[in-house]
Ligand binder design. Structure first.
Ligand SMILES: *Cc1c(COP(=O)(O)O)cnc(C)c1O
Length: 216
């Protein structure tokens, strides 16, 4: 695996309106630095403690995105530095992020995770719950909900994946009319980012296509 080349390839290939989150979960600091050398500055992690450890030692101009499912009691560790939290799926979590952001004198950017896959194992809000959470969050001054995130079903059926992304894009467009801060639609991973971009994604989260397969 040549991490630097893989990163350069992706950065060159992507339309300019699409941001790349390099998903570095389980990967070493050395691996991250190789991608950094190619110009990559946004890295995504799915465990708060791992992200915090990496943040402490890696260059300070890296923007750290939390892409995993977050437990409320872990928010305080990342609140001082996290740039965007993708996987917010409850009002309880939004309230905790708001509280910890206030303590750090920050406004923390969040995405609501919407359940679009047919699989029942993936996390996320229904469309209705998403709308309810947005309304309820209007009083929370230390968070900004920047948009939506979703994960399609893990399948080779491109039609199905395309339909799931289409549905999320429609919800996003509908909400963006009302919420002027909406600007991020995070969808697409190594296996489906081309479909996601066709369907209107402007932020993709790519791990194995940059860093190679994960062993654990
Ligand atoms: C691991 C992960 C990714 C990246 O997956 P790859 O298939 O390795 O690109 C993207 N999004 C989320 C939420 C993840 O947990």
């Amino acid at each position: 695996m040549n991490i630097k080349e893989n990163t350069l390839y992706l950065l060159n290939e992507l339309p300019i309106e699409v941001q790349l989150v390099a998903v570095s979960k389980t990967k070493s600091n050395m691996d991250i630095l190789e991608s950094y050398e190619a110009g990559q500055r946004i890295f995504g992690e799915n465990r708060v403690q791992e992200m915090t450890r990496k943040h402490e030692v890696l260059p300070k101009d890296i923007q750290w995105h939390m892409i995993g499912h977050v437990q409320s009691n872990k928010v305080k560790y990342m609140a001082p530095f996290v740039a965007l939290i993708h996987g917010v799926d409850s009002l309880k979590l939004l309230k905790e992020i708001n509280k910890q952001a206030l303590k750090n004198n920050r406004v923390i950017n969040c995405l609501l995770q919407v359940h679009i896959a047919k699989e029942s194992t993936k996390f996320g809000l229904s469309n209705m719950e998403c709308i309810e959470a947005l309304t309820a969050a209007e009083s929370l001054k230390n968070i900004t909900i920047k948009g939506l995130m979703g994960m399609a079903t893990f399948t080779d059926d491109h039609n199905q994946v395309g339909q799931e992304f289409d549905g999320l894009k429609q919800l996003y467009d509908q909400l963006a009319k009302k919420y002027s801060k909406f600007e991020i639609l995070s969808m697409g991973m190594s296996g489906d980012y081309q479909i996601a971009i066709d369907k209107g994604s402007n932020m993709i989260r790519v791990g194995s296509k940059i860093f190679g397969e994960r062993n654990y």
